[in-house]
Design a protein around this ligand. Sequence first.
Ligand SMILES: Cc1ncc(COP(=O)(O)O)c(C=O)c1O
Length: 376
Amino acid sequence: MNVFDVYPLYDVTPVRAQGSYVYDNLGKQYLDFYGGHGVISIGHGHPTYVNAIKTQIDKLGYYSNSIQNPLQKELANKLGAISGCEDYNLFLCNSGAEANENALKLASFVTGRKRVIAFNKAFHGRTSAAVATTHNPSIHAPLNNQHEVTFLPLNTIKNVKEEIEKGDVCAVIVEGIQGVGGLDEGDSTFFKALEKLCQQTEVLLILDEIQSGYTRSGKFFAFQHHHIQPDIITTAKGMGNGFPIGGVLIKNTIKAKRGMLGTTFGGNHLACAAALAVLEVLENEDIMTNVNELNHYFIEKIKTIKSVKKVKGRGLMLGLEFDFAVAELRKKLIFEKQIFTGGSANQNLLRILPPLNITKTQINQLITSINEVVPN
Ligand SMILES: Cc1ncc(COP(=O)(O)O)c(C=O)c1O
């Protein structure tokens, strides 16, 4: 049997990693400014995280959601306290797409309606409803087209209002900051108007914080920059620092019914131990302060790269827009400078998603390396 060949691959074979560094099978060290699609929040191999997983697997790795699992309650409490989202309840699953799939399903259950409003350039995952709300027809199979989704431009509330007034919309789904699409985001006026409109019309507002959440933007969730309260928040990526886990945070005005949602693996003991360790490190090491301080430092340093036309994003979720396509630059950074960075739907945009405890020295190394390989 061979591996189903769906991914374009760089010819690098990582075998271990520590902090912000990844090491390949030849012993070469790479600086990680991408965290494997924004997954690595507290750094590779953090001792607190490794010990928590090792200790838990020695005790109990998995049992299903048919028994008491106090780790889920501990995780919900801790996540509520650290994120400031105490009046939400937590449903645990295994990935970002699954979190959005459950959020959309829940919105449809609650409202009895089924059309969804999503935004141009949105990415919400690859499962059925999640991919239908992803603004990329090339990854929609005919099966996915059964969902009713209307795509609208960000920051134009008038269009959203017109669609919602038709009376068949169950949810509006929007990323805190767009990731795959290229770091566009709603402004505060738009987010506030969206919150108000959804409340007035009993449409559920779903904030996809799968990439922008978990402190990456400089607040625990990116929507907190706009002082709104969504009905549902979805999270994954940084939540498990590489251990597969996703979460749906559901406003406590939405009542659970037995059997409404469910999963075999979601919220298992090992996943909870990993997610608890991530929160412990975020808190104990005051990672949010590092993100905010380094954001300012990073932005100043980026100004030394002449060919950067625009800097997008917040915190340590940044997009450097060049006046040329960045595919070649990314290759040079990997193979000549041993630095991982990301791309996006915008071919000119270099996506930067480092571990959140990256240092100024490591930022300097990235900036120097870009300046050495870009045509000035
Ligand atoms: C904003 C956003 N939502 C959802 C997803 C899907 O997450 P997963 O790949 O874990 O299913 C992603 C993945 O890149 C994402 O960036």
